[in-house]
Structures are given as C-alpha cells and as structure tokens.
Design a protein around this ligand. Structure first.
Ligand SMILES: [Zn+2]
Length: 145
C-alpha cells in the first residue's frame, strides 16, 4: 500500500474524529505536502457536509409562516380575480338575457343594440390585436439594432 492509499483510507475516519492521535498526525503531515490527497480530503469534506445538512430540510417556524402568508396572499388574490371575472360575466349575461327576453323592447331596438355591441367588440378586438402586433415589431426592431 502506497502512502497515499494509506492516507486516503484514513480520511473518512479523520473527518469523523475516529483516528488515534498517531494516525491523525500522519494524515496532517501528509495532507500538508500532498496536493492530490488534500484534494481528495476536501472533496470528502464537501460530501460529508452536504450529507450533514440533508437531514435538516425542515423549514423554521418563521420560514413556514412566511411561506403560508405568501400562499394565502396568492390564493386570495386568485380567488378575488375569479370572483370578479365570474361576477362580471354573470351580470353581463343576465343583462343580455333580460334585454333579449324583454317583450316590451322592440325587436329592431334589440337588433340595433346587438349590432352596436358586436361592432364595439370587433373594434376593440382589432385595436388589441394591432397593439399586440406593434409591441412584437418593436421587439424585433430592438433585436435588429
Ligand atoms: Zn497523498
């Protein structure tokens, strides 16, 4: 067994503090003047400290409550949006339904209002599409520059 092999065999015991004082001193001396064993030792040290930190993945009480707070904020915001959008859709749907089924309103008024609503949707939609396209071409211009 070469000196290096002998030292490498002692390294994990050295890290765990299980060596006799004599062996420990031998490792100390060898590590001082052998770069490859020092490298092996540092690698082993990294692995052991990595393993040592693994049994403690539990977040602290403070971290946990902060995480809960973030989750709660996100959830309530999401539910809020859902309720707002759902409520608005319901109101619009009800309004349209009542308007369409209202016998007292003239059919031509309904058709006229429907045409205006569709026109507004089309114009709004085309403006939106144009704006999106402008933003995209702006981005391409930035790339070319
Ligand atoms: Zn060595």
């Amino acid at each position: 067994m070469s000196a290096c092999e002998h030292i490498e065999a002692l390294l994990s015991g050295y890290l765990d503090g299980e060596l006799t004082q004599q062996d420990r001193q031998r490792v100390d001396v060898h590590l001082d003047d052998c770069a490859s064993c020092r490298q092996a030792f540092e690698q082993l040290q990294r692995i052991q400290s990595g393993l040592g930190s693994m049994p403690h993945p539990e977040p602290t009480e403070q971290q946990r409550s902060r995480m809960m707070g973030v989750m709660l904020t996100k959830t309530s915001r999401g539910v809020g949006w859902l309720l707002a959008i759902g409520g608005a859709a319901l109101l619009i749907g009800m309004g349209v339904y009542e308007f369409v089924t209202d016998e007292s309103i003239n059919l031509w008024v309904k058709i006229g209002n429907g045409a205006v609503a569709v026109a507004a949707l089309l114009i709004g939609g085309s403006v939106l599409v144009e704006r999106l396209r402008d933003r995209k071409t702006d981005r391409y211009k930035d790339v070319e520059r």
